[in-house]
Ligand binder design. Structure first.
Ligand code: K7E
Ligand code: CUA
Length: 685
């Protein structure tokens, strides 16, 4: 290593290391190396610089100590959400959201199947999603730690995850559009979860020839009404606004001064429709002709009132404010924005909207005050092709800052600084949005997409960390084949200079966005009350307590009321006939923290996770005669391997306990092979 650097480096690191050395004075037997020598030796051996050691001291979090923050990151194509501790950047959990997740028993027979089924579309049983933007629920513009919402760009869906148990409780399908992007953004009191479309298509998902793009294809802003008491989106109370077929992109909700408004940008106002084989320009270049696209300014409170007054039409069961009404009633205004815009981020005070253009070198700050004045005075610069009033760009902006090539997304600290991801340059640009000055740039590795900051989308960001979410990671990690992990880079922004602290590989998908919440805002449950159905939040009607276990047969239907507790299932034998339908109801009787059981059935694609108290219901058909072991899949106790049982499926027409069923010539004793608690042919309740 560079000894020169060690000797001459004058930095905080020196002090920090000196302290570390001092604190690590040896207490061991004489003859051992002094601690300072051994730390230096370690640094030599591991080729660590002072900066490395300082970064380690700032991020290392010993076991038993909680991280200060949690990052809730999009799982990208995995369709999940990742929970990551910060500053340690340790992965805590991958939450099953749109994609079945076997460890959590999500989508392998239990109640998670019903949640996933909410997201199916017609005959399409979707088994994945392209998750882009997780958004935490807010109260008065501050993360409240209760819920997180995410959108599925590929299939226009939004999911609700309850942060009291980190489980997905609802998936809603947008019946009007086929893809989304500007989502899932919440209004400051989570009145609405906003989801805006990406690729225009006929509303209601009907067919229209692409040649009728301008007449028939449309964009949309969906306002999903959130019922906080129920913890679910209320689909019947949700509504939408029809938008022109500009490819709407990111969105953000206004706050404080701009509360009641939503902002979304767009690209392809050229309305290019491709046709490369037909000799037309590809969408990519067709969509990049104009120097300006349109920032959409939506007055959602006004829109809400119009819907309440019945001034909407209904498409596929959703109340929709038509483009014409939106234009005429002052719901929607458009302002030019340069060039191929992507990010659209409202400042913590709600006074400005920052837009980054992928093919631009500026970040542009729009002044909400100016916009509001123009709207209130009806000072329009004109109208777009659909009759939507437009506002003059120069009169709407506060200014522009030259920050580098390919600015995308912007987050904020508590000192009036903005941090913009600069994609083409692979950098984070720090600039002050009060006096519009570029302050500093730091390289990141590589091709940064989104950026996140601690409590960054609230009215009061913390100002200590940002994370660069990089698309590429060449030379950053050990090779794992041609598909490289993405790279999260934690950056310390507390001091006058930004400092890169640590890289975290994300090996599950392309996370687009994430949010970072103070850990102490999360009020997480440790166990469920015995018998809770976590998908309804109620005690399940089939919850089974100790001593109530039974098997109830009614014709070809067999109801099994089962309990699980260290280290047995009761009953542990289920004797049925080929073709029988089994309704399995299983309750974990555990109430000790972290005492989870699993329940899997051989060859039936059933795998449940039974956290303490949890109840699950599974229905399946015993379609083929045979002997199917079931067992606990969590190593729960010393006798975990013994936590097992048998599903015995007799060939059709074979009476219970019949030795003939086994092909034996000898007579079998009569009687039932069902467990002692079986109650015969009692009708299903
Ligand atoms: Cu990848 Cu927000 Cu979908 Cu930008 S988006 S990077
Ligand atoms: Cu229960 Cu292993």
């Amino acid at each position: 290593m560079n000894k020169q650097h060690l000797l001459t480096g004058v930095s905080l690191a020196t002090a920090v290391i000196a302290v570390a050395f001092a604190c690590a004075k040896p207490k061991g037997p004489a003859g051992q190396l002094g601690a300072s020598a051994s730390v230096k030796e370690l640094m030599d051996k591991r080729k660590l610089t002072e900066a490395d050691v300082e970064a380690a001291l700032r991020t290392y979090t010993p076991g038993g100590r909680a991280d200060e923050y949690m990052i809730l990151a999009s799982g990208g194509q995995a369709g999940q959400i990742l929970a990551i501790g910060a500053p340690s950047m340790r992965l805590l959990k991958v939450i099953g959201v749109f994609t079945p997740e076997p460890w959590q028993g999500y989508g392998y027979g239990g109640g998670g199947n019903e949640i996933l089924a909410q997201g199916h579309q017609g005959d399409q049983k979707l088994g994945w999603a392209d998750v882009h933007h997780p958004n935490l629920s807010e109260t008065k513009g501050d993360y409240d730690g209760q819920f997180i919402f995410v959108n599925d760009k590929a299939n226009a869906r939004v999911a609700v995850v309850d942060l009291s148990d980190f489980a997905t409780k609802q998936i809603v399908v947008n019946p009007l559009v086929s893809s989304d992007h500007g989502g899932a953004f919440v209004t400051p009191n989570t009145e609405y979860v906003i989801e805006t479309s990406q690729y225009p298509a006929p509303l209601g998902r009907d067919y229209a020839p692409i040649e009728q793009y301008k007449e028939k294809y449309r964009g949309l802003a969906m306002f999903w009404k959130f019922d906080r008491a129920k913890g679910r989106i209320d689909q019947a109370a949700s509504w939408a606004i029809e938008l022109p077929p500009y490819t709407q992109d990111l969105a953000d909700a206004g706050k404080l001064d701009s509360d009641g408004f939503a902002f979304l940008n767009s690209f392809n106002t050229e309305m290019a429709i491709g046709g490369t084989l037909e000799g037309k320009p590809p969408i990519e270049s067709g969509a990049s002709q104009n120097d300006m696209d349109y920032l959409h300014v939506i007055d959602w409170r006004k829109a809400e009132k119009l819907v309440a007054d019945g001034k909407s039409t209904t498409i596929k069961g959703v109340k929709v404010i038509s483009l014409e009404t939106a234009a005429n009633e002052g719901i929607l205004h458009l302002i030019g924005e340069p060039k191929s815009p992507h990010g659209c981020d409202v400042t913590p005070d709600g006074k400005e909207i920052i837009v980054g253009g992928k093919l631009d070198t500026h970040a542009t700050s729009y002044s909400f005050e100016k916009i509001k004045k123009l709207i209130d005075g009806k000072q329009y610069s004109g109208k777009d092709a659909y009759g939507v009033p437009t506002l003059d760009f120069q009169q709407s902006i506060k200014g522009q800052v030259e920050i580098g090539l390919g600015p995308l997304h912007t987050v904020f600290d508590n000192k009036g600084n903005a941090y913009t991801s600069v994609f083409i340059e692979s950098a984070v640009a720090k600039w002050n949005y009060k006096d519009m000055k570029l302050l500093e740039k730091i390289p990141v590795h590589y091709n940064i997409g989104h950026i996140l900051s601690a409590e960054g989308d609230t009215v009061s960001p913390d100002g200590n960390y940002v994370v660069a979410m990089n698309k590429m990671s060449i030379d950053r990690f050990s090779p794992v084949g041609p598909l490289y992990p993405q790279d999260f880079q934690l950056i310390d922004i507390e001091g006058p200079k930004m400092r890169l602290l640590v890289d975290m590989p994300i090996g599950i998908g392309e996370p687009h966005y994430s949010q970072m919440i103070k850990m102490d805002k999360l009020k997480t449950r440790k166990v469920y009350p015995v018998g809770e159905n976590i998908y309804t939040g109620q005690k399940d009607p089939s919850a089974t307590l100790a001593g109530q276990e039974k098997i109830v047969r009614s014709g070809t239907t067999v109801d099994v009321y089962m309990t699980a507790i260290r280290s047995h299932f009761t009953p542990d034998r289920i004797d049925v006939e080929e073709g029988d339908t089994i309704n399995l109801h299983v309750t974990s009787l555990e109430q000790s923290e972290d005492q989870t059981h699993g329940l899997s059935f051989n060859l039936h694609n059933i795998d449940l996770s039974l956290e303490p108290g949890k109840h699950e219901n599974v229905t399946f058909v015993a379609s083929k005669a045979g002997v199917y072991p079931f067992y606990c899949t969590e190593f729960c106790s010393a006798l975990h391997l013994e936590m097992a049982g048998y599903l015995l499926v007799r060939p059709k027409g074979t009476p219970p306990g019949s030795a003939a069923a086994a092909g034996s010539a000898s007579a079998a004793p009569s009687g039932s092979a069902a467990p002692p608690a079986a109650s015969g042919a009692a009708p299903k309740k």
